[in-house]
Design a protein around this ligand. Structure first.
Ligand code: EPU
Length: 336
């Protein structure tokens, strides 16, 4: 494992922020990771695809990019297959592999940027499916002892864009592989969320299979989310806030068409993109950053933006949504 000094992270984060790591190394396997742990340079910062973090400064210590590869079937029955995947595998490549093999369960998660190892950290989700729905277990290395530990689904405290790896276990482990359980037959297709049915109709698909759904999700995502290779971004910058029926009714007085999703216990979730748009931010450019013209929830780097600039924009957006609606937005992206 080679340790580089003063290493540019610009190409390694999808926001395209030009910061440097004091030290940087790429991990191809668990032995590399254990070697990095034995090395005294601290702090350690682990990264996958760099698609959910915003660097606001150069990074002190040792940045480790997890590039552990491999997709293999580890267990199989008539109906299901367990697949163990290296943490460094690109998430969308895994989805394409599953679709090609007619393994179902993650087709709605097509085109989500990032790596497989980062997927459990924020329990990635889209179009009615979350990682936790197919997740069996993962292996992670304890960054203090260098020992491997297994976390089963129930150990991970999965929630909406949340897990133990954002809370009690934050910064303490490096996920090295993930096992998912996928269907081989009788796939449970999820079509009811968002525009999936509409797109399938447009594509003249009446009896969709998992490949049709993956294709529809790719179409929807590419039509409203910017491609990080062209415009730096991290997808949704904020979580959709949870509030209650009283707040919803208050908003409905002035905005009868406010979109919302019902949650258990009288709670509702209001799309952050809608709130941000109502505050006039959608498509607005501030210096080199701004809110994306087709989806207000996505903050973008128009070129040359600093992390500080994006972070300032995020704070201004939080303040104006708070002022107009009395709702506090929380970033989904890790700000470092
Ligand atoms: N909306 C607006 N203005 C906007 C954007 C959205 O009014 O600028 C409204 C839409 O009209 C719609 C509602 O907000 O009524 C929801 O919009 P959308 O379907 O685009 O989904 P979202 O709630 O904004 C979430 C996830 C996305 C995921 C989609 C589809 C979060 C924070 N984001 O977005 O995840 O792809 O649903 O399932 O939960 C990500 O996490 O990076 C991400 C892209």
């Amino acid at each position: 494992m080679q340790i580089h000094q003063n290493y540019s992270l610009k190409e390694l984060n999808t926001f395209g922020i030009g910061v440097k790591a004091e030290y940087f190394a790429e991990l191809q396997n668990i032995q590399d990771l254990q070697e990095a742990i034995r090395n005294p340079i601290r702090p350690l910062l682990l990264m996958g695809g760099g698609s959910n973090l915003l660097f606001t400064n150069d990074v002190k210590g040792l940045v480790l990019k997890v590039s552990i590869s491999g997709i293999k079937v580890v267990r199989e029955s008539n109906n299901r297959v367990w697949v163990e995947v290296g943490a460094g595998v690109n998430w969308h490549q895994l989805v394409l592999w599953a679709v090609q093999h007619n393994y179902g369960g993650i087709e709605n998660l097509s085109l989500i940027p990032g790596t497989v190892g980062a997927a459990p950290v924020q329990n990635i989700g889209a179009y009615g499916v979350e990682l936790k729905d197919v997740f069996v277990k993962l292996k992670a290395v304890d960054l203090t002892t260098g020992k491997l530990k297994t976390f089963f689904n129930s150990d991970c405290a999965f929630g909406y864009r949340d897990s133990i790896f954002k809370k009690a276990a934050k910064g303490k482990f490096c996920i090295t592989s993930v096992v998912l359980s996928l269907s081989k037959t009788n796939h449970r297709l999820k079509l009811s969320y968002g525009d999936i049915r509409k797109i399938l109709e447009q594509n003249k698909v009446s009896q969709p299979d998992i490949a049709d759904i993956s294709k529809a999700v790719i179409q929807i995502r590419s039509s409203k989310l910017p491609d990080p290779a062209k415009i730096g971004n991290c997808g949704s910058f904020f979580k959709n806030p949870e509030t209650d029926q009283t707040k919803l009714r208050e908003i409905q007085v002035h905005f009868p068409n406010v979109p919302f999703y019902e949650l258990p216990k009288n709670k509702v979730k209001i799309p952050a993109g809608w709130l941000i748009e109502q505050c006039g931010w959608k498509g607005k450019r501030v210096g080199n950053t701004g809110s994306y013209e087709k989806q207000a929830l996505v903050l973008v780097n128009h070129g040359g933006a600093t992390g500080e600039e994006v972070s300032q924009l995020a704070q201004d957006i939080i303040a104006s949504v708070q002022q107009k609606f009395g709702i506090r937005l929380e970033p989904e992206v890790n700000i470092i």
